[in-house]
Design a binder for this molecule. Structure first.
Ligand code: SF4
Length: 420
């Protein structure tokens, strides 16, 4: 969900020309000033699409696709006692294992059958890259049909966080995002999302991150894909993450964040699910003129509608909304935009939203490059002076193609190069 490192291309700065907005004498760079990130030709333009292509074969049924009643029914259908579902679920959600050899409390003859029927291998590692002194691990996974997705595990002082993918590719076509240029391949099943979490929980507990064993505490849906387009399977995964064993992992809903570029009806639907997870809105611009170009879905739901829905989400769940704002040099980092953002938030309420400015990597020659330090400080101070709580995001894994879609694209390019 964050802008990726762009290839070096000439930049064509333009004078400030956004209609009806105050000029602070700064250049206005627009997203259309160069081809989208990862574009294969200069005139390539991915198109916004809500269509989900038909999957090439369904992912095998997995325990995590089912609630406990469904797992019991599946055991019964296979001629096994239904309480085995409970035991198997505890192994999976508490000990993070799908290996029948670990399940010594189950009769040997039934172990293999149970694991084969309810715990098939859904994701296999293709590559793992470590960064930040071993406190960050980025995984590229292959799914049953050969499609690939990424997840990133990050250890902080107070928490360990996994960023998961909810789709292979994405149909939202954001011009700064490598995943957006791939288009949408397919939705991930609930089991495929939960398996990313199970692997991370096991790796954390086994001490694979620098600093020794840790408990996975946070999960953010900020990897490949727009979670709201895969609504049903994402909500299924949220249930598995939050509900205590044997239903699920028993993570605190407070530690789970669902990020969206702004599918307003589905934000409203999520507010009614009774799952008090944090909503993160990838806003990146407070004015429709710029956001229409930066986030194509803004052509359907404008900034005002999006912030209304986000505020209603706060009212329904009591969870403060995160506003994600990637600071892009001369594109969206003007003082008047910081003030407009503050005004738009304060107009609805106080204390309901928290802004996270995200510094980009420096990329000379690209329009997708970081703001100058003084400009970033001005942006943050303008928000804070207006009473908006603001935390500049830590950018983890920036030395390992940290932004979504980059590792998958990189590996694909390497493999193509090998075969030619
Ligand atoms: S919504 Fe899709 S295209 Fe846009 S930033 Fe997120 S993954 Fe990339």
């Amino acid at each position: 969900m964050s802008p990726s490192r762009a290839q070096q291309r000439p930049r064509r700065p333009q004078p400030v020309s956004i209609t009806g907005r105050p000029s602070d004498g700064r250049v206005q760079v627009m997203p259309t000033d160069q081809p989208p990130e990862g574009a294969t030709s200069p005139d390539a333009k991915p198109r916004l699409s809500f269509a989900v292509p038909a999957a090439r074969g369904k992912a095998p049924r997995h325990l995590a696709d089912l609630d406990l009643a469904g797992r019991k029914a599946a055991c019964k259908d296979s001629g096994l006692p239904s309480f085995r579902a409970d035991q198997l679920s505890r192994h999976y959600f508490t000990h993070f294992t799908r290996d029948s050899a670990d399940m010594t409390d189950l009769p040997a003859a039934q172990r293999e059958q149970l694991c084969a029927e309810l715990l098939p291998e859904l994701i296999t590692p293709v590559r793992a890259l470590r960064a930040d002194g071993g406190r960050t691990i980025k995984h590229l996974w292959e799914l049953h049909d050969g499609v690939r997705v990424e997840s990133v595990l990050m250890r902080y002082k107070e928490r360990t966080t996994l960023c998961v993918s909810s789709q292979a590719g994405c149909g939202m076509a954001c011009p700064f995002c490598a995943t957006g240029q791939m288009g949408l391949t397919r939705n991930l099943s609930t089991g495929e999302i939960v398996e990313q979490v199970r692997h991370a929980a096991r790796a954390s507990a086994a001490g694979e991150l620098t600093g020794g064993p840790a408990r996975l505490s946070n999960v953010v849906f900020m990897g490949m894909g727009e979670p709201m387009v895969n609504y049903k399977n994402v909500v299924g995964a949220l249930h598995r993450l939050i509900e205590p064993a044997p239903e699920g992992f028993g993570l605190s809903a407070r530690g789970i964040t669902v990020s969206t570029v702004g599918l307003v009806p589905l934000i409203r639907r999520l507010a009614g699910e009774g799952l008090p997870v944090t909503l993160a809105v990838s806003l990146h611009a407070p004015d429709d003129e710029l956001r229409d170009e930066l986030i194509p879905v803004n052509s359907k739901w404008k900034v005002g509608e999006l912030l209304d829905a986000a505020h209603d989400y706060f009212l329904a769940t009591g969870r403060r909304v995160s506003i994600e704002y990637a600071l892009i040099k001369d594109m969206n980092d003007h003082a008047w935009r910081a003030q407009l953002l503050a005004d738009e938030l304060n107009r609805r309420d106080t204390g309901w939203a928290h802004v996270n400015p995200i510094p980009l990597n420096p990329t000379p020659g690209s329009i997708w490059t970081c703001s100058e330090v003084a400009v970033q400080d001005m942006f943050v101070n303008t928000l804070r002076r207006a009473g908006i709580t603001t935390t500049v995001r830590d950018t983890r894994g920036s030395d390992i193609d940290g932004a979504c879609g980059q590792l998958a694209t990189e590996v694909l390019n390497q493999e193509r190069a090998k075969t030619t």
